[in-house]
Design a protein around this ligand. Structure first.
Ligand code: RIB
Length: 311
């Protein structure tokens, strides 16, 4: 079983569904409210875990009502909390999510709270698990110092480092130097490179900017259009799979968790992109973010159906 480690956010999603989303100043009658485990970091680790990896998240949460939802999730999934700090004085991270039932799209306000206490020191405390990991995965919902420390440990032990630069925050460009795989969506790609990503030429131009920052491989997810990859020599495009989406929250996280698993297992790049695409496709057909992540047998079945391959 491949091992994946990295700092990541622990957040509870408070999700309201409505036939259409209100504009500023408007009140709209909604249909449902749900609380569930989320956070880009935890969603991605959940996706990787269900996809077949052994995961260790370096996280920080409170012991409050929201913290109990995350605790229950980790116990139910039997995911390690070895590097999760539980602080009675801290407020667990939260996200206010609005889902438009007409197109399954969302709007999110994320409150990092306790996640901002994932420091360099907490990452360094997990060093022994970087030494034995098969891949390292993180995002931008903890702290920049944690991401720098993560990259340094991944490089020290020669492990593939996957950086999902989400959500967009203002980080030093130096942070991207030496990153093995950067995995923005088209919006984040534009925010970090200044290149509006619509066509394949735009993907190429945005990737070039990431190469100039020192990234080795660029993966740009394009939503319903698919995913573009390049290492500067080779290009791969994998189209999205047509499904009936009911909630897209966490789709990018599903992709990243699946992708990290595939890279950790040493799959060739096209196969890894297909594996990640299948992981994301299944997740949008289910409610919730972490709860929507598919299991390995489901991903493999879809791989065979859509791409005619078994990893
Ligand atoms: O990527 C989706 C996630 O972003 C949600 O689960 C929410 O917690 C926010 O962090």
């Amino acid at each position: 079983m491949a091992k994946i480690i990295g700092p990541g956010s622990l957040i509870v999603d408070v999700t309201g569904f409505a036939p259409h989303l209100p504009v500023a100043g408007e009140t709209t009658k909604g249909s449902t409210l749900r609380f569930g485990p989320g956070g880009k970091g935890s969603n991605q680790m959940t996706a990787a875990h269900r996809a077949g990896s052994q995961v260790k998240i370096i996280g920080y949460r409170g012991n409050d009502v929201l913290g109990q939802i995350l605790k229950a999730h980790y116990e139910r999934e039997q995911m390690s909390e070895e590097y999760v700090t539980v602080d009675d004085a801290a407020e667990t991270g939260s996200a206010l999510i609005e889902i438009d039932e007409s197109d399954a799209q969302n709007r999110i306000i994320v409150i990092f709270a306790a996640n901002e206490q994932v420091t360099e020191a907490r990452v360094l405390a997990a060093e022994k698990d970087f030494a034995t990991a098969d891949a390292v995965l993180t995002q931008f919902e903890t702290t920049t110092e944690a991401v720098f420390a993560t990259k340094a440990l991944a490089q020290k032990y020669g492990k593939p480092f996957i950086l999902n630069p989400a959500p967009f925050i203002d980080v030093p460009k130096e942070l991207f130097r030496g990153v093995d795989y950067v995995t923005p969506n088209e919006t984040e790609a534009e925010q970090f490179t200044g290149v509006a990503v619509v066509t394949q030429d735009d993907c190429r131009a945005a990737a070039q900017k990431f190469f100039e920052m020192g990234v080795k491989n660029v993966v740009i997810t394009l939503g319903v259009r698919g995913v573009y990859y390049t290492n500067g020599k080779e290009e791969v495009f994998v189209p999205a799979i047509k499904v009936k989406a009911i909630e897209t929250t966490g789709a990018g996280d599903a992709f990243n968790g699946g992708f990290a698993t595939a890279i950790a297992e040493g799959m060739p790049i096209e196969r890894a992109l297909q594996f990640a695409t299948c992981t994301a496709a299944i997740s949008v057909t289910r409610l919730g973010s972490s709860p929507s992540m598919p299991y390995r047998h489901e991903i493999l079945a879809l791989m065979e159906k859509e791409f005619g391959v078994k990893p």
